[in-house]
Design a protein around this ligand. Structure first.
Ligand code: ADP
Length: 521
């Protein structure tokens, strides 16, 4: 600790209980239990050189470090380490927006830059650029991209790692690496060409523990002239197949270019009632009659989605028109026009639009989910997201609803959110499923056991998660087991080569340093 203090100054090394409490995972499924993942200390460098110095000290003394950007990854670990006793390497102070280029539409930022920071910078300078933000927008482009986070606007911007271009990384030996064109001395296209030459290594630094990312470039979306959205509703259970097929084709062709979420208002309303459960079972046996009758009686659509269009007014009107033409192949399909905007929005408009994330405006309104309300008098203390990737087909969407709702009933669980295929990245769905957490151990113990059950259940159907909470990283990676865990063995090979002392983010995504590995696997 005194070595760290010599590098960053006494005031940037934290050891008091009060300070360390800020690095606890507020949504920890192990909250208050003996094996809650806790930091031993935290150190906050102000520059890349200081990061390098800290890493060299940690390697010399074999001190486990856990780098975070802004540490707001709630639901997936917050600021807490995977291995208790790690020292949090808090990069929040490194918060420079190094460059935003309007003509080539990119930004180069440090880890402490939040979505709010970048959004405000662009607004204040009146740049004609948009960012894509996750829900919620208080995290950082770097932290979110490294976790494969995503947002709501167009492809490719909403896949935050997919929209990055160029990285700077401090390695475990203190060396400094720039990827892509950044490896050229005096490079002038670091944020414009992502590959440079030779093996493409950027992916190695996501969901891993192979390096500390100190800069990252992101492609931005040139501000569109207009936005419009539309809702599409289908009445019948078996419409799901055409509904998803048409959506997928339009998305793959770039005509629907926004994130789409295909949900079932009927299932959502009746997740825990006997009749809905019965029709879900019936789904497996083939008849659609009861489902359709119940949905009709309840006045609910079987399937629904919202599509969003960005661009010149004439172009997006044509896109929406074409989408309606295609979906008209489904009997009794219904279309509703949604909100429409012209840009730029005034400051007041930007602050009051309801669906901020669809317009790349950061917000914290997602925290209303599960908050105290008349209908929800005792809110959860946190949540846990189970997010398996399933095929973008009607068959898979029905199957996932059936399999997971049966599990919910069998375990008598009240999910915070359940159901819907979210096309966050193109070509597949993430099935949305959120469990409430509590500050009482009993609820959390059950949630943990259920979560582990879900990982295995999903794997039996060929589904795996896109992201994991530290408490479950090992199990989630464990089902990515092709050829006797060849992928994990490869990760371990890299770990041993890049970080032989095992000082960086031990245990992240199931990658343990050698000296801890045998105790665990
Ligand atoms: P956000 O800034 O969006 O809140 P976090 O800082 O919580 O994101 O980052 C999520 C996870 O990604 C962290 O727990 C950490 O394991 C990893 N991570 C974040 N930033 C870095 C970084 N700059 N270098 C290496 N790993 C990082």
């Amino acid at each position: 600790l005194s070595d760290f203090e010599r590098v960053v100054g006494k005031s940037w090394v934290f050891t008091s209980e009060d300070d360390l409490a800020l690095y606890r995972d507020a949504y920890s499924p192990l909250w208050g239990e003996t094996d809650e993942r806790l930091a031993a200390a935290a150190v906050a460098p102000g520059s890349v050189e200081e990061v390098q110095e800290i890493v060299r000290i940690a390697a010399r003394r074999v001190v486990p470090l856990y780098p975070i950007s802004t540490g707001r990854n709630l639901g997936y670990g917050g600021s807490a380490p995977v291995l208790s006793g790690s020292v949090i390497l808090d990069l929040k102070r490194m918060n420079r927006i190094i460059e935003v280029d309007e003509d080539n539409a990119f930004a180069l930022v440090e880890p402490g830059v939040s979505y709010f920071d970048l959004y405000r910078y662009i607004r204040e300078k009146n740049l004609r650029l948009w960012i894509d933000v996750p829900d919620p927008g208080w995290g950082s482009p770097i932290g979110n991209a490294l976790e494969h986070g995503g947002g709501w606007t167009l492809n490719p911007f909403r896949d935050h790692f997919g929209a990055h271009c160029g990285m700077e990384v401090v390695l475990a030996n203190g060396d400094l690496l720039r990827t892509g064109m950044g490896a050229i001395a005096g490079s002038r296209t670091w944020q414009q060409n992502r590959y440079g030459v030779g093996p493409y290594v950027d992916g190695l630094f996501t969901q891993s523990n192979f390096g500390i990312v100190t800069k990252m470039g992101f492609w931005l979306y040139p501000q569109p002239q207009a936005f419009r959205s539309g809702e599409i509703l289908a009445l019948h259970r078996d419409d799901v197949h055409e509904f998803v097929r048409i959506t997928a084709e339009l998305a793959n062709a770039g005509i629907v270019n926004s994130a789409v979420m295909i949900r079932s208002p009927f299932l959502h309303a009746g997740l825990r009632d006997e009749q809905t459960a019965a029709v879900l079972v019936e789904t497996e046996h083939g008849t659609a009659g009861t489902w359709d009758r119940l949905a009709r009686d309840r006045g609910l659509a079987s399937w629904a989605t919202t599509v969003q269009f960005y661009g010149p007014p004439a172009v997006i009107a044509a896109q929406w028109g074409h989408v309606q033409e295609r979906f008209a192949a489904i009997k009794q399909i219904e279309f509703r026009d949604g909100p429409a905007y012209r840009f730029p929005l005034s400051q007041a408009e930007a602050e009051t639009v309801p669906d901020k994330s669809a317009l790349g405006i950061p917000s914290l309104s997602i925290f209303a989910m599960g908050a105290r309300s008349e209908n929800y008098p005792s809110p959860a203390d946190g949540h846990l997201s189970f997010s398996p990737v399933i095929p973008m087909t009607g068959k898979a969407l029905l199957e996932a609803h059936r399999v997971f709702s049966a599990a919910v009933r069998e375990w008598d669980i009240e999910p915070l959110g359940f159901g819907a295929g979210f096309c966050m990245y193109p070509r597949s769905f993430v099935f949305l499923f959120t469990l409430p957490l509590s500050r009482d151990g009993g609820t959390n113990r059950k949630a943990r056991a259920f979560f582990r059950h879900l990982i295995t259940l999903a794997a039996q159907h060929g589904w795996g998660e896109y992201r994991a909470h530290p408490v479950f990283m090992e199990e989630v990676m464990g089902v990515y087991s092709f050829n006797d865990h060849a992928l994990r063995r490869f990760h371990q090979m890299l770990k041993d080569a890049l970080d032989p002392e095992g000082i960086l983010a031990a245990g992240r995504y199931g990658i343990w340093p050698k000296h801890l590995r045998n105790k665990r696997v």
